[in-house]
Design a protein around this ligand. Structure first.
Ligand code: CA
Ligand code: CA
Ligand code: CA
Length: 443
């Protein structure tokens, strides 16, 4: 029986022919089956992994072939059957009669995605052997061995299926049956049944992520997702996104935040918030300390981020759990961009914006003049009224005036240059009227 082991090992190490290992070249080394069923198809069909893995547990496999093979092995052709029905059965050759020696059969079962396969054996009667070296049934899925069975009863080294149900992780399953050269006893083989069953994707989560962002609906053969009111299902059919890019903030100050702040913000969303105040004002942004935007320990904001665009200046990207510092822009138009990817639960951000006018340069008080109001600094929309000390009158652009107003303009410049005060002369003819105007002028 070790000859079959030699055969399998020789296949595992990639040897194409059997005879050099066996050392007994006889005519019967040629396959007895159809000429097509030569050694090569066997080597080609039985993948090295599948062949080697049941052998892994064999102690000192190299030493075993030393036992002189008495019988000549016959290379076996692996007959492969493809099964795609939603249910069915499979059995050893000649079942319920004893199975022949030198058999190798494979059933590849595959159904539509959204199903998994259940397999169980209603009859199992194979030649027993230590670690199932001789005759065995191996169940595989996605290249992994799910089970290796042989024998009649469960032992320390042999596993029988009994009433066990084998479930495939996905929608395919492969069963491999192999019998070696010896059949000194009669074994009736096996009968197995399989059926496809729905995968409940909604209750089975993968990769720590919910299958659906909001609501999951299972159905036979698949599932679908839906979103809470106010959200839209993203084109990934999984995450729920929002419309968040319309509307312009025009008030001089205000608050804006990520959707649902401080509840987790929507996934797969690209939001832009535009703030637009009158020209001459400069916007200042102050983030709420409760800042929480998904980040990465090494890469700068690869998932979600906030960015601020103000004129030609860009601030950010910002992410993490620390609020960005106050942002003073030079612009009256600011756009706040917020991008979120398709995973994670983070509280988001909120910010308060204020606008301050452009500052005008400090004013020097001309001799004998008075300013009202007197401030340490003046900004857009501030006004300053000039008057002259008693006995003096204003002269501006060749005109004599009682007072003169300067406006701090949107671009941070004064509307004109300051006027001058000059001492009144002896124009007595107009004095009475001038005095009234100068001293009592209410405007
Ligand atoms: Ca056997
Ligand atoms: Ca389903
Ligand atoms: Ca995220």
């Amino acid at each position: 029986m070790s000859v079959s082991l030699v055969l399998l090992l020789s296949m595992a190490v990639g040897m194409v022919t059997v005879s050099p290992v066996v050392g007994v070249a006889t005519p019967t080394a040629t396959p007895l089956a159809t000429p097509v069923a030569t050694v090569s198809p066997m080597v080609g069909v039985v993948t090295p992994v599948a062949t080697v893995s049941p052998m892994v547990g064999v102690p000192t496999p190299v030493a075993t072939p030393v036992a002189t093979p008495v019988e000549t092995p016959v290379a076996t052709h692996v007959a492969t059957q493809l099964l795609s029905a939603m249910y069915g059965s499979l059995s050893s050759p000649n079942f319920p009669e004893p199975y022949p020696r030198h058999s190798a059969l494979r059933w590849n079962i595959s159904v539509a995605p959204g199903y998994r396969l259940r397999l169980y054996f209603s009859h199992f009667h194979l030649e027993p052997s230590y670690l199932c070296q001789y005759d065995y049934v191996q169940v595989e899925a996605d290249g992994e061995v799910l089970a290796l069975f042989c024998g009649l009863d469960q032992t320390d080294t042999e596993d029988v299926p009994s009433l066990k149900i084998i479930s495939s992780p996905r929608n395919s399953l492969s069963v491999f049956f192999c019998s070696d050269f010896s059949d000194e006893e009669r074994y009736t083989g096996f009968l197995a049944h399989y059926s496809a069953e729905d995968v409940d994707e909604c209750s089975e989560r993968s990769d720590e992520e919910l299958v659906c962002d909001h609501f999951c609906h299972n159905f036979i053969g698949g599932y679908y997702c839906s979103c809470r009111y106010g959200y839209l299902l993203h084109s990934d059919n999984r995450t729920c996104t929002v419309e968040c890019s319309d509307g312009v903030f025009r008030e001089r100050s205000g608050v804006l935040s990520s959707v649902d702040f401080p509840s987790p913000y929507p996934k797969s969303s690209d939001c832009s918030y535009r703030i637009e105040v009158a020209p001459g004002f400069r916007l200042r942004l102050q983030f709420d300390p409760r800042f929480d935007v998904e980040d990465h320990p090494e890469v700068l904001c690869p998932y979600d981020h906030v960015k601020v665009l103000a004129g030609s200046s860009e601030f950010g990207p910002f992410c993490g759990d620390r609020a960005p510092p106050e942002i003073q822009t030079d612009s009256n138009v600011v756009t706040v961009f917020f991008h979120s990817d398709n995973s994670g639960e983070n509280a988001g951000w909120s910010l308060q914006y204020t606008s301050i006018g452009s500052k005008c340069p400090a004013l020097e008080t001309p001799p004998n003049a008075m300013l009202n109001p007197v401030q340490s600094e003046y900004s857009f929309k501030d006004h300053v009224l000039f008057t002259c000390s008693p006995g003096y009158r204003l002269l501006k652009d060749g005109e004599t005036l009682d007072h003169y107003q300067l406006d701090c303009q949107s671009d941070g410049s004064w509307s004109s240059s300051p006027p001058l005060c000059y001492k009144t002369d002896s124009g007595r003819k107009r004095r009475a009227l001038s005095t009234i105007l100068t001293n009592h002028s209410p405007d």
